[in-house]
Design a protein around this ligand. Sequence first.
Ligand code: ATP
Ligand code: MG
Length: 249
Amino acid sequence: MVKEQKDVLLTVRNLETRFGTRTIHHGLDLDVYKGELLVLFGGSGTGKSTLLRAIIGLDQAASGSIRLGDQELLELDDKGWRDVRRQIGYSFQSGALFDSLTVGENLEYPLREFTHQNASERKAAATAMLKRVGLPGIEDLYPSQLSGGMQKRVGMARTLMLDPALILYDEPTAGLDPANSKMIAELMRELKQSGKTGILVTHDVPCALSVGDRIAYLHAGKISVVQTREDIDKSPDEHISAYMNGEIE
Ligand SMILES: Nc1ncnc2c1ncn2[C@@H]1O[C@H](COP(=O)(O)OP(=O)(O)OP(=O)(O)O)[C@@H](O)[C@H]1O
Ligand SMILES: [Mg+2]
């Protein structure tokens, strides 16, 4: 049987991350294929957010290798990181909108930072993106005037403004009501269909199974299992299955 050859977009090898003297990842390996949505499961505090933040070069000391296409991220200088962060959308666990800016200004912010678009182009792009995430017409509101679910969706919209090739979703549906969760799941599915690659960190098992292609399980500083959706349906790995049944926090 000829094995299907898949293009890899992101390759992590022998990654070690530390906060001070504390090591979070111990020799972690992971491949993310072009166009897939890879789900990352793992107990609370195992280092899922830390892995996403290592991929965009935030916070902690990291050694090993993280390659995006043909670029080694861990060797980049500040200018190199700036260019890479344009290609990677990071949707924060907290939403992380600027409270003193309106929704429209929040969405325009990455365009101001990274593009030469003029004011009317930026405004039109923000308006179009709000429609895309199902929140048309809220440009002039401030984040404090939105519900938690709306804030999350605006945060996601801001992530998409620069049309990133790789999107890192950190608990995008946490704390959302079913209607908002469903909208976020739909948006992730639509982005995957349009060719975006994604890593989805989530405790929301139904959402993960409805949009994910492969499921990776982070345990003791390493990826201990990766299974496709189909394999999970047939015979889930015991750790993944315990996690999905809520036996691992
Ligand atoms: N800025 C920081 N400084 C020091 N330690 C940190 C920092 N951020 C995270 N940690 C520690 O690193 C470990 C991994 O944290 P991380 O946030 O990556 O976990 P997580 O898997 O995303 O958990 P959760 O599911 O609860 O979001 C935790 O023990 C945490 O206390
Ligand atoms: Mg986290």
